[in-house]
Design a protein around this ligand. Structure first.
Ligand code: NAP
Length: 230
């Protein structure tokens, strides 16, 4: 039986790349996103899968309804990949206090609410996998990175805590810590950078695929940097 994987932030650059990797491996894929609809390309690529737009994952009710919809379509859930998130560069002195709430909501609360919604579905299946997307840049707060690094650090601690909570239920919980990803948005925002040094979405998708595989059943509570391009 094909496994079913939900990817939050699935209409974005990394989320779609992760979805592509699982689809190529024969999985049923649920893409859930805040954006109302995917790009035409993503909609075409994922024909027959479960694409749910307009879902604000900071709401537990919305997360639960979306995850239940995917599980009902495919007969269960085996893995949740929390890709939904966002970034803002702002100094403390000139920035807004609201940014701290916004990034906390986008990068932490979305993952907590999707995890809460997924746990009973994974348990019903006898176990499963959760993978969160943190950030290598959160290991130390650089200039203008305070709110982002704080929110992704909180996600790292949540990952470790949930791994402990679920370790006797056959559910692993790990985090990937990407460096700057080679995305169209990053290329546009940093036109003078050396793009060829940035990690590719497919490289991150490959590590996530490993964490979801049976071969990674002994790995839980890990924070795995994925930063290199060769
Ligand atoms: N890009 C990088 O260089 C980089 C580096 C390290 C880590 N990361 C992390 O990797 C992940 C993906 O990055 P990306 O570049 O692929 O970003 P992206 O293209 O902006 O995709 C993120 C998606 O998450 C969605 N989202 C945000 N808030 C949400 C909410 N409340 N409910 C549901 N969906 C929500 C966004 O929808 P809306 O836009 O409609 O809100 C967007 O479609 C993020 O967690 C990011 O922090 C990225």
């Amino acid at each position: 039986m094909a496994m079913t994987v939900v990817i939050t932030g699935g209409f974005g650059t990394l989320g779609a790349a992760v979805g592509r990797a699982f689809k190529a491996a024969g999985a049923n894929v649920g893409l859930i996103d805040h954006a109302l609809s995917p790009t035409d390309e993503v909609a075409r690529e994922f024909t027959g899968q479960c694409l749910l737009g307009g879902v604000d994952l900071t709401s537990f009710d919305a997360a639960q309804a979306a995850l239940r919809t995917v599980a009902a379509k495919f007969g269960g859930l085996d893995a949740l990949i929390n890709v939904a998130g966002g970034f803002r560069w702002e100094t403390v002195e000139e920035g807004s206090l609201d940014t701290w709430d916004d990034l906390y909501s986008m990068n932490l609360k979305t993952a907590v609410s999707a995890c809460k919604a997924a746990i009973p579905l994974l348990i019903a299946r006898g176990g499963g996998r959760i993978v969160n997307i943190g950030a290598a840049a959160a290991s130390r707060g650089g200039l203008g990175m305070g709110a982002y690094a704080a929110s992704k650090s909180a996600l790292a601690r949540m990952t470790e805590s949930l791994a402990e909570e679920l370790k006797d239920r056959n559910i692993t919980v790990n985090a990937i810590l990407p460096a700057i990803i080679d995305t169209p948005v990053n290329r546009q925002e940093m036109p003078d950078a050396d793009f060829l040094r940035w990690v590719q979405p497919v490289s991150i998708a490959n590590v996530i695929s490993f964490l979801v595989s049976a071969q990674a059943s002994a790995v839980t509570g890990a924070q795995i940097p994925v930063t290199h391009r060769c």
